[in-house]
Design a protein around this ligand. Structure first.
Ligand SMILES: Nc1ncnc2c1ncn2[C@@H]1O[C@H](COP(=O)(O)OP(=O)(O)OP(=O)(O)O)[C@@H](O)[C@H]1O
Ligand SMILES: [Mg+2]
Length: 746
């Protein structure tokens, strides 16, 4: 069996030990995903049916790639594997079992925009302060409740949640949660978190169903195990309870979703849950050069919380990590584009093997523009950018509403678009009528004469008839035929066609592009079910907007999305304090450690070369601000770094020391241009003190500025301020509501 030859001894041991619980916690690039892939192939080669194997990955792209490789080894039968992200696999199961939970199997999956829109509605109807109960804040509380398996029924009694809400001045979240859940249910819709939450409910309440899937999934495999949350962990624990054939692989140093409830604790629990656990260590990195492996190790060493493990590589030493500084964010983007051009032309790197990684999505725009100017094709991976565009959302709303007329969010989008004289007041009246009669919106709309007369009734009736015609189409025709019919019949296509402005043309093109995509779906011979509902299912879970002709494009993505992937060259951009590490993540040691793990993930994506870039000035929050290089650059052991100045930038701004040739001399620049990360003197955990406890004379600690003495406290309007004289950075005035300070000496 030649696939076993491509494995080192511990990898092979992991693959051939087919049964029983197994855990592999090992560094980046050590072959964890490869082991999972070959293990699945090995199971199939040994007679296990592919449909008895469940394999959970972090992105759909990852699972597609795994499947392709397995097909290469064992042939086409591998196509029957159950493989995908947690969300896609359990959405599929929930559709089969929807009736057990009182849903219909054609339920809609709300993305976060839909969810926020529902929340906005609830906040408005409950007459709550919408500045306080911002949709994304509320949604994130609801999400964290669901991911910790706290239902709306138990939320109110849950002290942790309630006390935190009260502390944040938002005591009514539990009421919003309840109403939100009711509205989603009434609309036959689930949000992303519901997909996991409801699976847990399903397995908890219906033992026969659980039993069926326990029997079905004789083997369970999980990649990126460090980022599973409690909800996901319970699902897999239940599924594996019978056969106990569960194999998980991951790397605690790459845990980067703590903010979304991912829980490193799962790794620790796993050992308790399976005392017979087989643990396998992988220590050799096959992905990256020695320089990259060592540099990454030198960074992650700064984290206290990590499991003991070591990594080495037998790959070549390779080039140093190149640090490029620029005068501004625009120049940074230009420098990156130029460097990429060189990489492609001179170093003969395939564009597909080049990635630009950034901390926040909004950084992509300048880069995209600079790349276009040099005619370098780029695709954004993981962004929903295309599907977030208004015309696309409108069209999809039609498709969704036709498939599931209970979907209120879709209804709101389509009822008066294109304009058909049904204004917000009428729409509101329709909803009121629905609520009064405890009916769904479609029940009212499709029987409008029972509730309204006159002009309203005629217009709404026309709309309802149109939808009914569309619905009839869905029964006989494939997704593309129905979608084209709807695009024309609804008037959307004409509406966009008639807008001859450049933006209008662009929107028209986008809509055409969407239809192209649907046609591709309908023409795909490997798809058995070409119905509209199945198409919607696929795109609701899309994590990548790759298109066919993108084979010679480089990839842009957030670091979060890059997990598990690998590229020859990686450009990590925006290496600046307050951007990376992110401003929001500087409050506690835990947060900073999570940022550092994110940096570790970024570096370890590269096989051949890493570039780190930063700008001295950046346009943020609507104005030009000065930036300092990220402390993470400083944390890489110096022998792995070389410093380049971006030749595009003439004006390097304040602190410029002309003529330096490497990073070391930059570090010794006479100004405070690079500030060393201020290290606290002792190792107490950082727990911010209350602002009102602070008084003159206290010695306090700040996560970024280090230790200092409070010299003055003043009040200006509602803001209490403190002047603090810091040992390392001098005097600063801080607003106490924002600054987190810990009193270390009275
Ligand atoms: N024994 C081996 N021989 C040759 N190449 C290997 C071997 N093991 C792994 N590789 C290669 O090394 C690279 C990294 O492997 P893989 O992606 O499985 O690592 P990983 O541990 O999953 O990394 P990450 O933590 O980033 O997800 C891949 O290109 C893989 O094909
Ligand atoms: Mg992997």
């Amino acid at each position: 069996m030649d696939y076993l030859e491509g494995l080192n001894p511990p990898q092979r041991e992991a693959v051939v030990n087919m049964e029983g619980p197994m855990m592999i916690i090992a560094g980046a690039g050590s072959g964890k995903t490869r082991v999972l892939t070959y293990k699945i192939a090995h199971l199939i080669a040994n007679g296990i049916e592919p449909f008895n194997i469940l394999s959970l990955t972090f992105t759909n792209k990852a699972s597609r790639e795994m499947k392709e490789r397995i097909v290469d080894v064992v042939g086409d039968e591998a196509k029957n594997l159950w493989m995908g992200t947690f969300h896609s696999v359990f959405a599929k199961i929930l559709r089969f079992e929807a009736d057990k939970l009182g849903y219909q199997s054609n339920f809609t999956i709300y993305d976060s925009e839909d969810a926020k829109s529902v929340i906005k509605g609830v906040v408005k109807d409950y007459k709550l302060d919408d500045k306080l109960y911002k949709p994304n804040v509320v949604l994130s509380r609801i999400s964290s409740a669901k991911n910790n398996l706290i239902s709306w029924r138990s939320y109110e009694a849950n002290n942790d949640m309630r006390l935190e809400d009260e502390a944040q001045g938002r005591p009514k979240i539990f009421e919003i949660y309840k109403e939100y859940a009711i509205r989603c249910f009434r609309a036959n819709a689930m949000d992303f978190d519901d997909l996991l939450f409801n699976t847990n409910v399903l397995f908890h309440q219906h033992l026969d169903v659980l039993n069926k899937y326990q029997h079905k999934f004789k083997f369970v495999m999980i990649d990126e195990f460090q980022d599973t949350n409690i909800s996901q962990y319970y699902i897999t624990r239940k599924l594996a309870a019978k056969n106990r054939n569960i194999c998980v692989v991951g790397d605690d140093a790459q845990s980067i979703y703590a903010f979304r409830g991912a829980n490193i604790q799962n790794i620790l629990n796993f050992e308790k849950d399976y005392p017979e656990l087989k643990v396998i260590k992988l220590e050799q990195n096959y992905r990256s050069t020695q320089t990259i492996v060592e540099a990454a190790n030198s960074v992650i060493k700064h984290n206290k919380n990590q499991l003991e493990k070591s990594t080495f590589t037998q790959n070549g030493i390779g080039d140093r990590i190149e640090v490029i500084r620029s005068g501004s964010d625009l120049d940074e983007a230009k420098a990156v584009a130029q460097s990429i051009q060189t990489a492609i032309m001179r170093d003969r790197i395939n564009p597909q093997d080049i990635a630009i990684l950034y901390r926040t999505n909004s950084q992509s725009r300048a880069l995209e523009e600079a790349l276009v100017k040099l005619s370098i094709k780029a695709q954004i991976f993981g962004g929903l950018s295309f599907y977030q565009r208004k015309e696309i959302k409108d069209m999809i709303a039609y498709l969704k509403f036709v498939t599931n007329p209970k979907d209120e969010e879709a209804f709101k989008r389509v009822i008066n678009y294109p304009k058909r004289g049904i204004g917000p007041t009428t729409v509101n009246n329709l909803f009121v009528k629905a609520a009064e009669n405890k009916l769904g919106i479609w029940d009212v709309v499709s029987n409008i004469r029972r509730f309204f007369g006159g002009r309203i009734a005629t217009q709404v009736e026309n709309f309802a008839n149109m939808i009914k015609v569309f619905q009839m189409q869905t029964e006989q025709k494939n997704a593309f035929e129905v979608a084209s019919f709807i695009a024309k019949g609804s008037g959307i296509l004409r509406e966009l066609y008639e807008d001859k402005s450049p933006e209008g043309k662009n929107r028209y093109d986008n809509l055409q592009e969407l239809l192209n995509g649907i046609q591709g779906f309908a023409d795909d011979p490997s798809k058995e079910d070409k119905k509209l509902g199945t198409y919607l299912e696929e795109i609701s879970l899309i994590t990548s907007s790759e298109k066919e002709d993108m084979s010679d494009a480089i990839t842009l993505m957030t670091i979060h999305m890059s997990k598990g992937l690998e590229f020859d060259y990686c450009y990590i951009v925006g290496m600046e304090e307050n951007l990376f590490p992110s401003q929001m993540m500087l409050e506690t040691r835990e947060d900073l450690e999570e940022e550092r793990r994110l940096f570790y993930v970024a570096i370890t994506r590269a096989k051949i070369k890493v570039f780190l870039t930063y700008a001295l000035q950046r346009y943020r929050f609507g104005k030009q601000i000065s930036c300092e290089p990220s402390r993470f650059i400083d944390e890489i052991a110096p022998q792995y770094i070389s410093m380049k100045r971006n030749s595009i930038s003439d004006d390097l701004g304040p602190g410029n020391t002309p003529g330096f040739s490497n990073y070391r001399s930059l570090r010794q620049a006479p100004s405070n241009f690079i500030k060393k990360a201020v290290k606290p003197k002792d190792d107490r955990p950082f727990v911010p003190s209350k602002a009102e406890d602070l008084s003159v004379g206290h010695i306090v600690r700040h996560m970024k500025f280090g230790d200092g003495k409070v010299v003055k406290i003043s009040e200006e309007g509602l803001d209490k301020r403190a002047d603090i004289s810091f040992e390392e950075v001098g005097k600063k005035t801080l607003i106490l509501t924002f600054a987190k300070l810990m009193i270390i000496e009275d």
